[in-house]
Write a protein that binds this ligand. Sequence first.
Ligand code: GDP
Length: 282
Amino acid sequence: EELNVLNKIEPIFLELLEESNINYIVKNLKVAEIYNLAAMSFVKTSFDYPLYTANVVGLGAMRFLEAIRQESPHTKFYQASSSEMFGKVLESPQNEKTSFYPRSPYAISKCFAHFAVLNYREAYDIHASSGMLFNHESPLRGLEFVTRKITSTLARIKNGEEIILELGNLNAQRDWGFAGDYVKAMYLMLQQDKPDDYVISTGETHSIREFLEISADQLGMEITYAGEKENEKIYDQNGKMIGKINPIHYRPTEVDILLGDSTKAKKVLKWKPEYSFEHLVR
Ligand code: GDP
């Protein structure tokens, strides 16, 4: 379904992304701040559509920077950089100085955009900042992402629907925060005198399995597992199978563990997340 949608929207997107079009908008609106969150944001799908992903995620950011340089140099720019850039992490926790090791076309493209921001800042004195945001979730998060997939599917099962929760790698670990907290950090970055890069994270990491178990707990369900790897199955307290592993959700290269260090954001932006992990799941 996702791929069908992409096939339909790709030509429209490419047309909208013509440089002249973005220049026209930046020139005529002369906005004070641009927040670039535009992306093909599904890591798994980026393996199937690498060129499209690079065009939107990588070149898309540079098109905005170039339009700002040419048409409106005082417009401030926020780039949504991503913890996926740390990929196969080279140190833990990850901070602004940690080297990148991207593990997907999505992450490669985010690295391109990230360095474009740095270069336009240094070369042209543009107020452009990158927020290296770790996973951030909310009730508005798409159902394709593992958090809402788990909470939504378990709630439907709890309500008596005869469906099975099919997941991929349960052992991956993420530093998950609440999107509302993270949007505040984006805003704060553009209110600073100087543009800069900031890691935005909670400093806690949890596995997909933990997310699943806390979600079940919230619904008064007790889950157990049987089998291993792609044969693993998930059961409720009555012994009914409610979930299983489907390798279709495995990625060709996986990001196993992410854990962010937001010391800089706490100090400079005076930012801190308000939501705990349990609160987020609830
Ligand atoms: P990402 O960190 O931006 O890729 O956010 P996702 O929510 O898509 O994936 C987070 C982690 O959950 C990754 O390590 C996935 O491999 C893992 N995962 C396990 N099962 C699933 C699944 O069914 N769907 C998704 N989207 N991710 C899954």
